[in-house]
Write a protein that binds this ligand. Structure first.
Ligand code: IPM
Ligand code: MN
Length: 354
């Protein structure tokens, strides 16, 4: 078998600290993985005026997967850094599913009173190529009192359908419950189309119980009845916001993992922790690498190694249950590196899948 090639964009801030730990864990699982580090990000922008080289997307296309830390730094406006790197990758490679598991590991206290691991185990399918983040719009009369900005959400039948199909398929393999999140009462075009398309797809998945919930009600439900939620499908913006809430529910945003998937595998998929570059703690060795490591589990699963993915996820449960080697966001005192060390030991010990 040809070794899988992984492009590594550690990016900015704590991305540079958590990604090396993820690579160590990945190498312990599969020593044949072949990593190529790319120095793309805000430092490069400051040096060269661009986040990535002009042929960046062609370069990435040759890889089996992309492992990304974080993009964004106070010296570069966020919309410039993100539209110069992260968002073009998601869109160009049709990574139309942003998959985000929200699960409270054992040993981590939930911020919700009386809730434990059995109550918080959901997974988000966030539409990842269009919607409110379509990038369509413009500004006119710039700098004048009559300045206008227009930002146009774009929803296509195809993108809604493929995200919904993926989510229903996932629900079939889980607890057969799907919530579709919109705001189709106040917004009467795009989210109404969303509802219609999801209803159509639902007909092909009669074993899955589907509910439509408005995003405002969903925010409350995640707090009050997290146990009632299994798979969620949501637009780009709503999925973005609700998964930060999810990160809080699972004990820390530092634990939150994501996979930007091109399910057909026509293009490389990208794996990244949900947290950002965290300038406030960057460079101090304090960042939680578990979100990056959990994202690495999603990568090896996508690359076909289900057992490897389960070993990493099991090791995450173990380190959380042990509680002695955790970073400050989870109430511990360990460094990024110490968590990485312990995770490497744990994945070496956990050889048997659950
Ligand atoms: C995320 C991030 C990004 C997003 C930003 C940085 C563009 O918040 O991955 O959730 O909204 O997609
Ligand atoms: Mn986000």
């Amino acid at each position: 078998m040809v070794a899988k090639r992984v492009a590594v964009i550690a990016g900015d801030g704590v991305g540079k600290e958590v990604i090396p730990e993820g690579i160590r864990v990945l190498s312990a699982i599969d020593p044949t993985l072949d990593f190529s580090e790319l120095d793309w990000g805000s430092d490069r922008y400051e040096r060269t005026g661009a986040m990535m080289p002009p042929d960046a997307l062609a370069t990435l296309a040759e890889f089996d997967a992309i492992y990304l830390g974080a993009i964004g730094w106070p010296t570069v406006p966020d919309h410039v850094s993100l539209w110069g790197c992260l968002l073009p990758i998601r869109k160009t490679f049709e990574q139309y599913v942003n998959l985000r598991p929200i699960r409270l590991p054992p040993g981590i206290p939930s911020p919700l009173a009386g809730r434990g691991p059995h109550d918080i185990d959901m997974i988000f399918v966030r539409e990842n190529t269009e919607g409110e983040y379509s990038g369509t719009g413009g500004r006119v009369h710039v700098g004048h009192p009559q300045e206008v900005a227009v930002e146009v959400p774009v929803f296509t039948r195809m993108a809604i359908e493929r995200a919904a199909r993926y989510a229903f398929g996932l629900a079939e393999r889980r607890r057969r419950r799907l919530v579709s999140v919109t705001k189709s009462n106040a917004s009467r075009y795009a989210y109404v189309l969303w509802d219609e398309v999801v209803e159509e797809v639902a007909r092909d998945f009669s074993g899955v119980e589907m509910q439509r919930v408005h995003v405002d009600a969903m925010a409350a439900r995640m707090v009050l009845r997290p146990d009632s939620i299994d798979v969620v499908v949501a637009s780009n913006l709503f999925g973005d916001i609700l998964t930060d809430l999810g990160g809080a529910l699972q004990g820390s945003l530092g634990l939150c993992a994501s996979a930007n998937l091109n399910p057909e595998r026509r293009h490389p998929s990208m794996f990244e922790p949900v947290h950002g570059s965290a300038p406030d703690i960057a460079g101090q060795g304090k960042a939680n690498p578990l979100g990056a490591i959990w994202s690495a589990a999603l990568m090896v699963r996508h690359l076909g190694d289900e057992q490897g993915a389960q070993r990493i996820e099991q090791a995450i449960d173990r380190i959380c249950e042990e509680g002695s080697v955790l970073t400050a966001d989870l109430g511990g005192a360990a460094s990024t590196r110490e968590v990485g060390d312990r995770m490497v030991e744990l994945v070496r010990q956990t050889t048997v899948p659950r």
